[in-house]
Ligand binder design. Structure first.
Ligand code: MF3
Ligand code: CO
Ligand code: CO
Length: 259
């Protein structure tokens, strides 16, 4: 049984999470224009590491339980935790999830998006659009008094109605000074079940949605998770804080201030 307690963050701690989250969002924006046919996943990794250091931050994945690189790059049938590699060159029609987690002052900003490389196939476009919508529907559930199960139900109902499946083996997670902590946030489930959300809870929602089966294999490297049927998988992730009013997306750009 998981007896780890869910920690409620103070507003000062949420401020620190926001700083890390905004940097993470900016890092994805910085990498986005590089994502073109001919670039290697190691090129993306190396630029992410350089940019992160240049902004006085650290890459949490590097060395985390032995993970060898600074970001995760998950192409096509890779569900998550793809390892950047010089020999892996992006090609027209690929989809790639880039998952970054810089730390600022020890606090983690964890976010990912799936990008198109060149022109996507019709099915790839639909899968990626549905996955992004799953994250948005899930975020709309987050408010004090709602339950963890409401999040998964929103995702599962929509993804399955669109003919896709929801990965079970990886879940969203509490995040703060610790990369992965309580609560676990499944992307499937039933309304009204699970822990009640309270202001100060900070966690990720990061649905992985598959074209075919939800089942995954982990490759020999011990990290790369792929779909069992080798069909496509997409993912989007945000780090969120439960507030008195509802929810704040921490891994987002600061709003442009109009003077
Ligand atoms: N960023 C991933 C997540 O969303 C975790 C990556 S852990 C690593 O939880 F070791 F694979 F980098
Ligand atoms: Co992540
Ligand atoms: Co995460």
């Amino acid at each position: 049984m998981n007896t780890e307690a869910i920690v409620l963050l103070s507003s000062r701690e949420v401020d620190k999470m926001r700083a890390a989250g905004q940097l993470a969002a900016q890092l994805l924006d910085h990498l986005a224009p590089m994502i073109k046919p001919g670039v290697s996943t190691l090129d993306l990794n190396d630029e992410a590491e350089r940019w992160t250091q240049a902004h006085g931050a650290k890459s949490a994945p590097l060395g985390y339980h032995g993970f060898p690189k600074s970001i995760c790059t998950s192409v096509n049938e890779v569900v998550c935790h793809g390892i950047p590699n010089a020999k892996q060159i992006l090609r027209d029609g690929d989809i790639i999830n880039v998952d970054v987690t810089p730390t600022v002052d020890g606090y983690h900003g964890d976010t990912s998006r799936t990008f198109f490389v060149g022109e996507p196939s019709a099915i790839a476009r639909r899968l990626v659009e549905v996955t992004e919508q799953c994250l948005e529907l899930a975020i709309a559930e987050v408010k004090p008094g709602a339950r963890i199960g409401d999040i998964g139900a929103a995702i599962q109902d929509y993804a399955e109605a669109q003919g896709f499946s929801v990965v079970r083996d990886f879940v969203g997670h509490g995040v703060s000074r610790i990369f992965h902590t309580a609560p676990q946030v499944p992307h499937y489930g039933r309304r009204g079940r699970g822990k009640k959300l309270r202001p100060g809870m900070v966690f990720t929602i990061e649905p992985m949605i598959n074209e075919g089966t939800w089942e995954v294999d982990v490759l020999e490297d011990g990290w790369t998770a792929v779909t069992k049927d080798r069909k496509l998988s997409a993912q989007f992730e945000h780090t969120l804080a439960v507030t008195e009013e509802g929810v704040e997306i921490l891994t987002q750009h600061p709003e442009l201030v109009v003077a």
